[in-house]
Ligand binder design. Structure first.
Ligand SMILES: [Zn+2]
Length: 66
């Protein structure tokens, strides 16, 4: 499969640190890590570098303009 942002090839078996998009339920809590229950695979993937940019608020695909 490929990163849905940069089209880089991702191997889910050999590459760790990449992301799989799921839909699911997150228990409401005031602190601590969110755990997704009953995760449903949406068959979308993102590589770790695109996800790092997304999480820091930089729109993926626009970093060339900076
Ligand atoms: Zn990517």
């Amino acid at each position: 499969m490929n990163c849905c942002y940069c089209s880089k090839t991702i191997s889910v078996h050999t590459d760790s640190g990449n992301y799989r998009k799921v839909a699911g339920w997150v228990k409401l809590r005031t602190k601590g890590a969110n755990e997704v229950a009953l995760a449903e695979d949406l068959f979308e993937y993102a590589c770790r570098s695109c996800m790092a940019r997304l999480k820091s608020g930089v729109p993926v695909g626009q970093e060339k303009l900076l």
